[in-house]
Design a binder for this molecule. Sequence first.
Ligand code: THU
Length: 133
Amino acid sequence: MTPQELVACALDAQAHAYAPYSGFQVGAALLTRGGRVYLGCNIENKSFSPTVCAERVALFKAISEGETDFEAIAVVGRDKNGVYKHFCTPCGVCRQALSEFCAPDFRIIFGDDTGECEVHTLAELLPYSFSME
Ligand code: THU
């Protein structure tokens, strides 16, 4: 699957974003090494702290279904006016959550609605991460 194809999946996932408080809608698509794609969107809450990011929704859906081997994740985000952020990058908590299950060469793809994207690795986005070793 190309980075652009995974971004297209993230755009599909974004359609289900529940973001009435921030108005910022995020979509994520997590690709397993077996070729399956798990979608996630951000889900906000009136009490704020239960809010979950799109990336962690996708990750936890996959983990809860027995997936443990991941290749890449694509992320897209647009503001309340429908304007895409160029680019929406995963927050620190999501980077940390991904690091529990993904190798340093796991790819993180920033996309938007233009077809342009940037590909980075988890190691680039979470350098000097805490490890038990
Ligand atoms: N958000 C994500 O879904 N992923 C990120 O990596 C950053 C932020 C969501 C959380 C909240 O619903 C909204 O974007 C604004 O912070």
